[in-house]
Design a protein around this ligand. Structure first.
Ligand code: 13P
Length: 245
């Protein structure tokens, strides 16, 4: 499968950054990998008019878990789809840990966005103390099992393994550690689905991935792409990561 390189701008980014992406991607038109760019909703509105499918895909960050406009502040999947998105990041550690979002809520969102034709990028990952207690795989497997309804998978999905302690810290697990977790996730997905499906679910790594370490991480077996935060705020770095893929 092609690598998937996703940029999560979080609450950063600007019209200038969006313009730098448009300018770079219109020259490079990457087809070696699947590119997904996830700006804030406001910037999605800005970028979607200038976006071409030759650049890759647009994605969103999170959404409200009900199909109604009667909510305060959160965007509905319909609003997100209206901006030309095809992917959405759900269950990011910022939501799980800072907003106390449970896997049950993530699952509701996954079901809802499937109905709207979006592909969820479901994030999972252990905290530092959980890692120290050797609970990484237990936590990751539990989050995956509970964030998706494996008895009724109604659409495609992507899993992003993002150790919470690696996000924005400049630290990453070793390549062996990333490989071990991804191998176990692959086994779990094969068990929960079937070999054909389980082997074709893209598994991304995220957490201080950048243009310097992308090549090494992407060469680890069962890593099928990257979810990039900080380094996606610089098109030169993000462009270099796309080239690595
Ligand atoms: P950093 O690449 O800044 O560590 O962020 C990773 C992330 O949280 C992407 O969703």
């Amino acid at each position: 499968m092609k690598n998937l390189i996703a940029g999560n701008w979080k609450l950063k980014g600007s019209p200038d950054l969006a313009d730098s992406y448009i300018s770079h991607l219109s020259k490079t038109k990457p087809d070696n990998c699947t590119v997904v760019v996830c700006p804030t909703f406001d910037l999605l509105e800005y970028i979607c008019d200038k976006w071409s499918s030759e650049f890759g895909h647009l994605g969103a960050q999170d959404c409200f878990h009900e199909d109604t406009n009667y909510n305060d502040g959160l965007r509905t999947p319909d609003e997100i789809v209206s901006k030309g998105t095809s992917y959405i990041i759900l269950g990011h550690s910022d939501r799980r840990n800072k907003c106390h979002e449970t896997s049950e809520l993530v699952r509701k969102k996954v079901d809802l966005v499937w109905d709207k034709g979006l592909i969820p990028i479901v994030c999972v990952g252990e905290k530092s103390d959980e890692r120290k207690q050797n609970l990484t795989q237990k936590i990751v497997n539990k989050q995956i099992t509970e964030s998706l309804d494996f008895d009724n998978l109604r659409g495609p999905f992507v899993i992003a393994y993002e150790p919470v302690w690696a996000i924005g810290s400049g630290n990453t697990p070793t390549m062996e550690e990333i490989g071990e977790v991804h191998d176990e996730i692959r086994k779990l997905l094969v068990d929960l689905t079937c070999p054909t499906r389980g082997h074709n679910i893209p598994l991304l790594y995220g957490g201080s991935a950048d243009d310097q370490n992308a090549g090494s991480i992407l060469s680890v077996e069962n890593v099928n792409g990257l979810l990039i935060g900080g380094a996606s705020l610089n098109i030169q770095k993000f462009g270099a990561i796309i080239e690595c893929a």
